[in-house]
Write a protein that binds this ligand. Sequence first.
Ligand SMILES: C[S@@+](CC[C@H](N)C(=O)[O-])C[C@H]1O[C@@H](n2cnc3c(N)ncnc32)[C@H](O)[C@@H]1O
Length: 414
Amino acid sequence: MTPAARAQAAIEILDRFRPLEAGNEPMDRHLIAWGRRSRFAGSGDRAAVADLVYAALRRWRSLAWPPMAEDAEPPAGARPRLLALADEAGTLDVLFSGLGHAPAPPTEAERAWLALRRDADPAAAPDPVRFDLPDWLAAPMRDSLGEQAPAVLSALGERAPLDLRVNRLRATPEAARAALAAEGIAAEPVALAPAPGAALPALPDALRVTAGARALRRAAAYLDGSVEIQDIASQAVAAFADARPGERALDFCAGGGGKALALAAAMEGKGEVFAHDGDPRRMSDLPARAARAGARIRRVTDPEAAPPCDLVLVDAPCSGSGAWRRNPDAKWGFGSGDLSALVETQAAILDRAAARVAPGGRLVYATCSLLEAENRAQAREFAARSPDFTLEGDMILTPLEGGDGFYAARFRRL
Ligand SMILES: C[S@@+](CC[C@H](N)C(=O)[O-])C[C@H]1O[C@@H](n2cnc3c(N)ncnc32)[C@H](O)[C@@H]1O
């Protein structure tokens, strides 16, 4: 497919998706359905179309701002968003050529709108537009992020990097980098960038892929468990939990097991790691992942059956707002009722998980959220109703530190 035909495909996919309407299927299902309908599209085409679609979804509202006239609606549908992206990238005439399967060239009215857009001050847009959020969410997000809000929310509009955690049970960082390089994948050491005066965990095993990302899942270093795909903020949460060799750890919301695997590596294969999830099907890939990583992880369906643990990690179900640059479709369907329901679920999970912590042990609560209600407010309320736990410290990460947005609080049981 030509770049222009890919742009046309992205417009058609987005127009089926309709981001601001309720009850949408996740975008990855739309992309899979398009791939099935479009046998002519190779893997490079599919990746390029997905990139365009996600780029538009991240900035769905600000890309269509400003409207042509003060009292007019912003332009509707995917075409103006793709026009705006192409205009920003300087590829308008290449992508909107009207030749072959390309979208039609910009009309006079569209060119006039793009000129207006180029001259507009983005900071003059209303907050939900400027921050690319559903209307109701702009105020809670601003309250949660304070003066960092504009920078953090603008960073959520960028493509996320691809980070790896070198699995010390299988390889050293040097050996993993060499193995990746032999297959054309460049990966450089990467660290969190703390704000002045802030202390964040060191991540000696973190790498960032700088070239060859598409070959990763076929690379020997990935297939033999030398590296795991894991964002640096997610790695920082595992490091913050401070799992040590010989301990007994329980990952209470293990999902696919990314954090359980990181805990097992930090424990150097010594001790016990249990994994639990409210939906055990979420852990179905874990045995294969653990075998590949050389880690022993025992799945438990009933967490009450697990013995008291030195460390219980609650990587709670949450808005995912810290990772919306990866899943921008999720933010458009996220409602205020969803937030209240999550906050309630998180509190119930914390109470249940706390009962599995041995005296003197740690409870780590984490979310990939940027919202205060799911983060510090949740941790404060747990501390207030749990006299046998003390809050040792917490950590707030945003994309400004270089990874996804995450929160983690560590409590110690008396
Ligand atoms: C943020 S995800 C976990 C991601 C995982 N720890 C990782 O690093 O890949 C949250 C998980 O919590 C699980 N969950 C939801 N409700 C739960 C509950 N009541 N008890 C335990 N787990 C629950 C979800 O099924 C989901 O897999």
